[in-house]
Design a protein around this ligand. Structure first.
Ligand SMILES: Cc1cc2nc3c(=O)[nH]c(=O)nc-3n(C[C@H](O)[C@H](O)[C@H](O)COP(=O)(O)OP(=O)(O)OC[C@H]3O[C@@H](n4cnc5c(N)ncnc54)[C@H](O)[C@@H]3O)c2cc1C
Length: 403
């Protein structure tokens, strides 16, 4: 085979005098700072790394659920746009520990536009909750929160998803669907939503009246069915039990819909089996990240022998090199936060890669459902500390955080 090399001399000559030319250009350059390119400026406005948000209103939706309305803090730019279903990662300091927690934006994109634009997030109070306890005590009108820009991929994308959405939600998983329903009825989203909402108490359904009112105005483009696992005494038009394949078939146009699932881990485990009975292609099922696994010791494949153990982790973060304790049943990210290291993090589900770190030595259990690493990262020994649990002493290199 004949291989002809053309232009190698031209390439070599191009390097000749390169240093001299560069020096001349530096000497000619003005002393003023390089201006930011307008495209970069626009990109920073659309995707800001951090937002300062003023709490303007606090609303108790139910006895366990509270909404916080957020506007740009004084001196901040207008709120960036988002798509119904995206979340904010709130950064907070609780008991001296810097943490993040993701919360779906429960208001609609159209409500964020204009001088009075706002976001809302809606928190469910959790037993032994770390941030939720703090939020109930300290987040009042006038307080300023720090958050990421809108993030996440749990939104309707017409190029990929069917125009008919079936939302399967449980607990606080109703929040992205409230945003979606509002955007369909009063905003710009050209889709239909059937929401099957699983709840364990008749008197603890967030947005019950609001979603009924939306449904009444939706002309068939939004419908909600509550599926209650408790005894039903007062509400009408509900289903009893869990969101089964039978209930889904009863209400949904299964063959022509995209399914969006959002709720606690136990609900995912149940709904996965029910959806499997419907024989849907995988692209028709979208699932929101659900955060750290609470009962990791019971997770299939988690080694029982490490439960109760605490390992040592040697951590390099910026110029700091420290040894910290890391419990087997808590993520590496929580160990870092407990030690006051505050690395960057966002989704806490292994998905976004913001906490991506190099595992220099040691073993971790990576939650298979939360293994959002690229193949190359997996091969080169990177981990996402938010979905990795220590199985031995570790040595890791962690990106420097905000603190
Ligand atoms: C994409 C996404 C969207 C979400 N949207 C919503 C939503 O709209 N509404 C909602 O209510 N929830 C939502 N969540 C869940 C939410 O992010 C929180 O997990 C939930 O509010 C519970 O937070 P918590 O801190 O109160 O409780 P937990 O996260 O359960 O906090 C307890 C945990 O904190 C850790 N911890 C305890 N002490 C310390 C310490 N000293 N230092 C460091 N760590 C410690 C421990 O690991 C313990 O297990 C969403 C989650 C995801 C992933």
């Amino acid at each position: 085979m004949k291989v002809s090399v053309r232009g190698h001399l031209i390439d070599l000559l191009a390097f000749k005098g390169l240093v001299g030319r560069r020096k001349k250009r530096i000497a000619r350059a003005p002393a003023s700072a390089i201006p930011v390119h307008p495209v970069n400026e626009l990109a920073q406005q659309i995707h800001p790394a951090e937002l300062k948000l003023l709490i303007t209103q606090v609303t108790d939706e139910t006895r366990t659920t509270r909404s916080f309305r957020l506007a740009p803090a004084p001196g901040s730019a207008a709120l960036p746009c988002f798509r119904a279903g995206q979340y904010l990662s709130i950064k907070a300091e609780v008991d001296g520990v810097g943490i993040t927690r993701p919360y779906s934006i429960s208001s609609a994109p159209y409500q964020a536009v204009g001088p009075d634009g706002f976001y809302e997030i809606t928190l469910k109070q959790t037993r032994d909750g770390f941030l939720t306890g703090h939020a109930w005590d300290h987040w009042q009108a006038g307080a300023v929160l720090t958050s990421s820009g809108p993030a996440g991929t749990f939104y309707h994308e017409p190029l990929r998803d069917a125009a008919k959405i079936v939302g399967l939600a449980g607990g606080s998983g109703v929040t992205p669907f409230r945003a979606t329903a509002r955007e369909i009825v009063d905003g710009d989203l050209d889709a239909e939503l059937l929401l099957l909402y699983g709840c364990s108490a008749e008197d603890d359904i967030p947005f019950y009246h609001e979603l009924q009112e939306l449904e009444a105005r939706a002309q068939g483009r939004f419908r909600m069915v509550n599926v209650l696992s408790c005894e039903i005494t007062a509400l009408e038009g509900c289903e009893q039990g869990f969101i089964t394949a039978e209930i889904i078939r009863k209400y949904a146009d299964v063959a022509n819909a995209s399914f969006f699932v959002c709720g606690p881990q136990a609900m995912y485990d149940f709904v996965r089996g029910e959806l499997a009975q419907l024989g849907l292609p995988p692209r028709r099922i979208r699932r929101e990240a659900y955060g750290e696994i609470k009962a990791i010791a019971a997770y299939p494949g988690f080694p029982a022998e490490v439960v109760g153990q605490t390992f040592g982790a040697r951590v390099r973060i910026g110029e700091t090199d420290v040894e910290i304790p890391a419990q087997a049943t808590e993520t590496v990210l929580v160990a870092l936060e407990r030690a006051g290291l505050c690395p960057p993090s966002q989704c806490r589900s292994g998905e976004c890669g913001v906490c991506r770190s190099l595992l220099v030595s040691g073993d971790v259990f990576v939650v298979p459902d939360g293994d959002g690493r690229r193949a190359a990262d997996r091969a080169l020994g990177y981990i996402h500390p938010c979905s990795s649990y220590p199985l031995s002493d570790l040595e890791i290199e962690v990106p420097r955080g905000a603190k």
